[in-house]
Design a protein around this ligand. Structure first.
Ligand SMILES: *Cc1c(COP(=O)(O)O)cnc(C)c1O
Length: 967
């Protein structure tokens, strides 16, 4: 008899971590060590190693996880959401859900820095920008911000930074309409104070535009209580007095209402959530920022623009990148890096699929159903308090009436908004006549009236737009052919597939972007995010309906505390950069609480990521830079000198660990001690946590707070540039200050700072991904992942170091989880690092990180998920490219006309009858044998960035120009 031993057949770690034992042995031999542990001992300084392993729950299998997680998610109750306040249920078209939201070809892509293999998502984003520009009536829009509240804050900051003339000296007040969304007001408050803006909240009807101390004003249209007020007149008065106008709008309402662009607004912001993006208990959703051309150099975030490739063909790329934080650093007025690209793609496709007539129909239905509810409740004796409204009404009610309605509504599975003396009802795309009937039944019962006394069918036949002509939209929108060509599902399916096929994602090959940690985004991690029990929950739903979410938060916060060694976690920040800002504001609150209001100096090494100085600037801190030595390490003597010189006012140090140079600095403990001795707190940028988990921790190295990029280390896909989540984890003394929310007491510490993000738990809807990752990997799996990430990076080092100089290494010649290859020496023969990046496309690879943290270099981060075969394929490509460089060095290839300068090669170029290059077609298109198995052709040749910036065009080319081109 053979004895049976029961084991877990589908252990997840085997699927996530790329290398298996035999292969690991080969890699160790190449590196020149006997074991992985020996390599780790040579890499991470002993002084900072964890003394004991992580204590996380036992690893679950994929199947086991999905089963147990379902039972947690099912503790949430899915009600019909009529709370409004900036979040509305919506219908994600199935074809978009399956082929974009659930499709790794879309969700695993990176921010489109390599535009030649990103034309698909760039086109999708330009559709988004065009839709937003048209609906708001503005000239220009970016390709997403994090949420409506932060978008409003960006508008305020931009208007502040661009004050002119007299205003520049004397105007520091920003007026906010009192009926702006409460979460937006809280964020404005967080962002205004540190940079010296005085926020004034009040009734817009009483705003005194002649007061010269105001530079700007924010209006909410329609406002948080549903009213459409006389804002055009307010805007006119403000503009006449040199006060700039920002308006937060409901984008769906813009299909029917005169958009602010037509009454003089300078900036229009809002969210595109209700354009097909699930509620997800608050996010992720794409916010937008639309403005005038005049502000094009000050717009926060990424803008997609039209340019041309080397053959003069139309090509898209990110425009005006000198605006961004990585260039502006401490002079930046925005720190946005990761945005909400995947969600913007979805919202844009929703616009493409429905077109202007469809969007208008949806908006009209929403308004019609709202009117029916308003008329019905009035028939039962309630007073409806709005004048003109779009989708939201408030109904006057006593406390007793509110209690009755609430009981009945909750029994019927409906959530309204319950204010002190009114009930708010917000209608959405999912609302049907049956829902209206259910709502009327509730109000009839509460009023002890007969529901039949109101003839719903008759009323439905007599609906018309109820607001003044002044507010009726007459202008056209979404006239471009792209919003008219894809009405059938087949057409849209094929359009989306065509776009997808233009881009390189993790579904094709490894994307070794240093600092970005493009690891596996496992399918089992992604499955839960579209479960209605997670996706269909309003962020302000009553707490007793969201116990599943609270259990997820509790567990995940606990695990992140364990992993970082800290005492508390806030899940609110929705990107790494937001985490930085949140962490610095928490440090600031801590100092202020101790009476140290003057502590405002932030020390940052010159090697820091651009978001670090930008976040410090947003937090109102004064930045003092410290140098790095020749080996790439922080110059400890310089740091000590600066810390001591600023002893009285030192607030914080921001430090990335392991450093952005890919090395575990030996002196980190000393560095943290110096800061503490001089009264400062240590902020650790956690982008490189993939080199720490299970082996060391932020608390262990002496930090006080860190952010984690869940979209790097913890398996949330990059989505082509978002979503991300950037929770902060903090030491005991900082826990009381973790950010809160104006809509719940359950988020944040006892002395919580005001909101960082619109939703109390940020992008809660995708936390399931990181939760799944940790639950399925367990302590051992996570620790092995870190070890293998380091193994893979050092294997690449061992294969490439004879071909390219490796810029920085640790004391024993090892790298952390990433390494930098120096390409500056090729400049003498005219080869730039960009040429190598573009040539990699011909080999089927997305380039590593180009020119960060050192110009002229490539930073490679393979992650633990890549197998030896894939690492070798990448190294073979790099070695082959080095040979191609050598041919130029040796004079065997022309200096100007060669495979590198002409890269990437399109299919159209290689198949052209007039092939005129001084090398073969095969060398151009199939330089290595593996490419014959699977080849990705770029859809355009090298793109001219400068041309696009000179001729800025950020929407789909208008129809009129199409017609001209045809003629
Ligand atoms: C990615 C990154 C950030 C910014 O994170 P986002 O999520 O993009 O805002 C900050 N610092 C470093 C070192 C990074 O790599």
């Amino acid at each position: 008899m053979t004895k049976i031993r029961l084991t877990e057949a589908d252990r997840f770690e085997r699927r996530h971590n790329g290398s298996r034992e035999v292969r690991t042995q080969k890699m160790l031999t190449k590196i020149g060590v006997d074991s992985v542990d020996e390599l780790i001992d040579q890499t991470i300084p002993a002084a900072i190693r964890l003394k004991q392993p992580l204590q996380l729950p036992a690893a679950q299998t994929e199947h086991g996880f999905l089963k147990s997680f379902k039972s947690i998610a099912d503790k949430n109750q899915v009600f019909r959401s009529m709370i409004g306040l900036g979040y509305h249920d919506t219908i994600t078209p199935g074809v978009i859900q399956r082929n974009i939201l659930e499709n790794p070809g879309w969700y695993t892509a990176y921010t489109p820095y390599q535009a030649e293999i990103a034309q698909g998502r760039l086109e999708a984003l330009i559709n988004f920008q065009t839709m937003v520009t048209d609906l708001t009536g503005m000239e220009l829009a970016n390709a997403s911000l994090l949420d409506e509240g932060t978008a409003a804050a960006e508008a305020m900051s931009m208007l502040f930074a661009t004050r002119k003339g007299k205003k520049k000296k004397a105007a520091f007040k920003f007026f906010v309409d009192q009926h702006t969304l409460p979460q937006t007001q809280s964020i404005l408050n967080t962002r205004a104070t540190p940079i010296g803006i005085e926020l004034v909240t009040g009734d817009v009807a009483e705003f005194d535009a002649t007061d010269e101390s105001f530079f700007g004003i924010l209006l909410q249209y329609p406002n948080s209580e549903g009213d459409i007020l006389g804002y055009p007149a307010v805007a006119e008065k403000a503009k006449a007095n040199d006060i700039n106008v920002a308006v937060a709008v409901d984008l769906l309402a813009m299909a029917l209402l005169t958009p602010p662009g037509e009454w003089g607004a300078d900036v229009v912001v809002g969210t595109t959530q209700r354009f097909g993006v699930p509620l997800g208990f608050g996010g992720p959703h794409a916010a937008f920022f639309a403005t005038k051309e005049a502000y094009k150099r000050q717009i926060p975030g990424r803008i997609i623009g039209v340019s041309q490739d080397r053959d003069g063909n139309k090509a898209y790329r990110m425009a005006l990148q000198t605006r961004e934080q990585h260039i502006k650093r401490e002079r930046a007025t925005s720190n946005i890096c990761t945005a909400q690209v995947l969600l913007a793609v979805i919202a844009g496709m929703y616009g493409v699929y429905h077109g202007p007539e469809g969007i208008k129909t949806i908006a009209t239905n929403v308004h019609g159903h709202t009117q029916l509810i308003a008329k019905g409740v009035e028939a039962f004796g309630f007073k409806q308090l709005n004048g003109a409204y779009f989708d939201t009404i408030k109904i006057e009610a006593t406390a007793a009436q509110i209690a009755t309605v609430r009981t009945l509504a909750e029994k019927a599975g409906i959530n309204f908004r319950y204010a002190e003396n009114f009930i708010g009802i917000a209608v959405n795309q999912t609302t049907a006549l049956e829902d209206v009937q259910d709502i009327l039944t509730i109000f009839a019962e509460a009023a002890q009236a007969d529901v039949k006394s109101f003839d719903l069918t008759a009323a439905a036949d007599q609906l018309e737009i109820s607001w003044a002509d002044q507010f009726k939209r007459s202008s056209e929108y979404m006239t471009h052919p792209v919003f008219h060509a894809y009405r059938s599902e087949h057409e849209l399916l094929r359009y989306m597939k065509r776009l997808e096929n233009k881009d390189i994602s993790l579904a094709h090959s490894m994307i070794s972007l240093g600092s970005c940690t493009m690891k596996l985004n496992a399918t089992a991690e992604m499955i839960p995010i579209t479960w209605p029990s997670l996706a269909s929950i309003h962020p302000f739903a009553p707490a007793n309906q969201t116990e599943g979410y609270f259990e997820i938060f509790r567990n995940l916060e606990g695990w992140l505390n364990e992993i970082t060694g800290f005492a508390g976690t806030s899940l609110q920040p929705n990107s790494g950069a937001q985490g930085e800002f949140a962490g610095l504001m928490v440090i600031k609150a801590y100092h202020e609480d101790r009476g140290d209001h003057h502590r405002n100096i932030c020390i940052i090494p010159t090697s820091a990521h651009g978001t670090n100085p930008a976040s410090a600037a947003l937090a109102g801190m004064k930045i003092v830079l410290v140098k790095c030595d020749d080996a790439g390490n922080i110059d400890v003597a310089d740091l000590r000198e600066k810390a001591e010189a600023n002893k009285e006012n030192l607030s914080a140090l921001m430090v990335t660990y392991p450093s952005t140079h890919g090395v575990y600095e030996e002196s980190i403990i000393e560095i943290c001690n110096i800061i503490h001795e001089n009264g400062g707190q240590v902020y650790m940028d956690g982008a490189n946590m993939n080199a720490q988990v299970g082996l060391t921790s932020p608390a262990n190295i002496g930090a006080d707070v860190c952010h984690l990029n869940l979209h790097k280390t913890f398996a949330i896909p990059h989505g082509g540039g978002g979503p991300g989540i950037g929770p902060i984890c903090v030491a005991e003394q900082l826990v009381p200050f973790l950010p809160g929310s104006p809509l719940t007491d359950l988020a944040g510490g006892e002395k919580a700072i005001t909101a960082i993000s619109s939703a109390p738990w940020g992008s809660a809807g995708v936390l399931a991904i990181s939760y799944a990752y940790i639950a399925m990997m367990g302590s051992e799996g996570l620790t092995n992942a870190t070890k293998l990430a380091i193994l893979n990076a050092n294997y690449i080092q061992s294969r490439l170091k004879d071909h390219f100089p490796v810029l920085y290494v640790g004391a024993n010649g090892r790298n952390a989880h990433e390494l930098i290859l120096d390409c500056r020496q090729f400049k003498t023969i005219g080869i730039e690092v960009e040429d190598i990046a573009k040539r990699l496309i011909d080999y089927g690879f997305h380039a590593p990180t180009v020119s960060f943290p050192v110009a002229g270099t490539l930073m490679i981060e393979p992650t633990e998920s890549e197998s030896l075969e894939e690492l070798d394929r990448f190294c073979d490509a790099m070695v082959a490219i080095r040979q191609e460089v050598k041919e130029i060095e040796d004079g065997k290839a022309e200096a100007e006309n060669n495979v590198l300068k002409n890269a990437p090669h399109t299919q159209a170029l290689v198949l052209n009858d007039n092939w005129e290059m001084p090398y073969s077609r095969e060398k151009a298109g199939y330089p290595l044998p593996y490419l014959k198995e699977a080849k990705i052709w770029p859809s355009v040749r090298r793109i001219d960035n400068a041309f696009g910036d000179r001729n800025l065009m950020c929407s789909c080319i208008p129809v009129s120009e199409y017609a001209e081109a045809e003629a």
